[in-house]
Write a protein that binds this ligand. Structure first.
Ligand code: GP9
Ligand code: MN
Length: 418
């Protein structure tokens, strides 16, 4: 009957991070362009591979005056991969521990970032050149109240401009900006890239750097497709500038999930110059880059606090001047002074500025030494609570019982209360 919601609501209200007044509404009315960077992990940023720069354009954004670059940001996805990443960002909730919430709970009631933006006059859409039913997107996007899905049918896809999973990222960027120029403003577009996806193959003409030389063909080719993805972001920026959309937009880019699994630990160890990849290393390798690029802002910086995908919804809505204080969300505004450096992974691991918990071992983050479970215990307890609450909301479809306008629980949810 939804009575679990009472407890969850109390927790969410008690754990809210106050908005940063200086940032709240600072970019009200701008278009929001989100770019989900397929399989992009942080270890390639500002790094080289056999003397080759892997991400020259993104590297330039890490010290750009208009960019907030988060260098200790993590994906929090599970088996739902790309779809989990979309789910977390839209809802500020976790995906599920088993299966993909996009498939199992596509018909639930949600209160997404897209829905809130729509209520505030935005035209909301997703741009991704794949079949609309992949990951059950067509169903769940309706539940998410997304106005339009520009799927494969909206793109001109030919043998020449596609590879691997479909349309290459560079023509995808070009065609997407063309579509944006026709949109009502302000708009919220979520672009989902595709070329940097396993098995990381490219056409000869798109190869910009050589392969790596480890025992893993996957890792070896990964650097090449990452390099291509980086180039496509440069094209996106150029096209946005040319179209005149750039100055009135915020461009947010983040990696959706890891690209290199633990099956390639030996090759990763070779690349990183380590003896082996431990549980501690594997946890930290789940870092994906986050860039919040605000043309003309001039106050860009590198933010080193640990944070995760779950924090994006409140952060972005607040920048655009939209309140979230009544929302059932588990993340916190990255610009809030009360944002806590505590990132929970879907499988129960976590990272803070000082600790790493992985493989049931509590590590001192700086030394990588096992420091005994006590230091981690309070965080372990909290991570179990948060994951449980998120699961309860999804499994019970509890947002049916919640009025996000007022923050009130609806009758059914209160029936269980004495
Ligand atoms: C498919 C694309 C890839 O449309 O988003 O999904 P993934 O395999 O990375 O979850
Ligand atoms: Mn993906």
């Amino acid at each position: 009957d939804g009575s679990e919601l009472v407890e969850v609501d109390n927790y969410v209200q008690a754990n809210q991070a106050a908005v940063n007044e200086e940032m709240f509404g600072k970019y009200k009315g701008r278009n929001l362009i989100l770019v989900q960077l397929e399989s992009l992990q942080s270890f390639v940023i500002n790094n080289e591979m056999n003397g080759e720069v892997v991400t020259p354009f993104l590297n330039s954004l890490t010290n750009n005056k208009d960019t907030y670059y988060f260098n200790d940001f993590y994906h929090q996805t599970g088996l739902g991969k790309t779809s989990d990443s979309e789910f977390i960002v839209e809802n500020s909730l976790f995906g599920l521990g088993r299966g993909a919430v996009f498939f199992t709970h596509g018909g639930n009631t949600y209160n997404t970032m897209a829905e809130k933006l729509g209520e505030n006059g935005y035209f909301t859409n997703v741009m991704h050149s794949n079949n609309s039913s992949f990951w059950n997107r067509n169903e769940i996007y309706e539940s998410f109240n997304i106005n339009r899905f520009y799927d494969v049918e909206s793109y001109d896809v030919t043998d020449e401009n596609s590879v691997n999973w479909g349309l290459k990222d560079i023509p995808f960027m070009e065609q997407s900006v063309d579509l944006m120029t026709e949109m009502q403003q302000p708009f919220y577009s979520k672009m989902i890239t595709l070329t940097n996806h396993y098995p990381f193959t490219l056409e000869e003409e798109d190869i910009m750097i050589p392969e790596y030389n480890s025992n893993s063909g996957t890792l070896n080719r990964y650097f090449q497709t990452v390099r291509y993805l980086d180039e496509s972001i440069k094209v996106l920026f150029d096209e946005l500038k040319e179209s005149g959309l750039y100055d009135n937009s915020i461009i947010v880019m983040y990696g959706d999930h890891y690209g290199i699994s633990e099956n390639h630990n030996k090759a990763m160890a070779m690349y990183l110059g380590k003896e082996e990849i431990t549980a501690y290393d594997s946890a930290l390798l789940q870092s994906v880059p986050l860039f919040i690029h605000v043309p003309g802002s001039g106050d860009g910086e590198v933010i080193e606090d640990a944070s995760g995908q779950i924090d994006l919804r409140p952060t972005l809505l607040h920048l655009l001047g939209i309140e979230t204080s009544n929302d059932m969300q588990l993340g916190a505004d990255l610009f809030s002074k009360e944002h806590e450096d505590f990132v929970i992974f879907r499988d129960g691991r976590f990272v803070t500025n000082d600790l790493v918990y992985a493989g049931e071992v509590c590590y001192d983050r700086e030394s990588g030494e096992d420091i005994g479970i006590e230091a981690c215990q309070p965080y372990i307890d909290r991570s179990l609570v948060e994951l449980e609450y998120s699961d309860e909301i999804i499994n019970g479809d509890l947002l049916r019982f919640y009025d996000e306008e007022t923050g009130n629980l609806l009758h059914d949810a209160l029936d269980g209360e004495e």
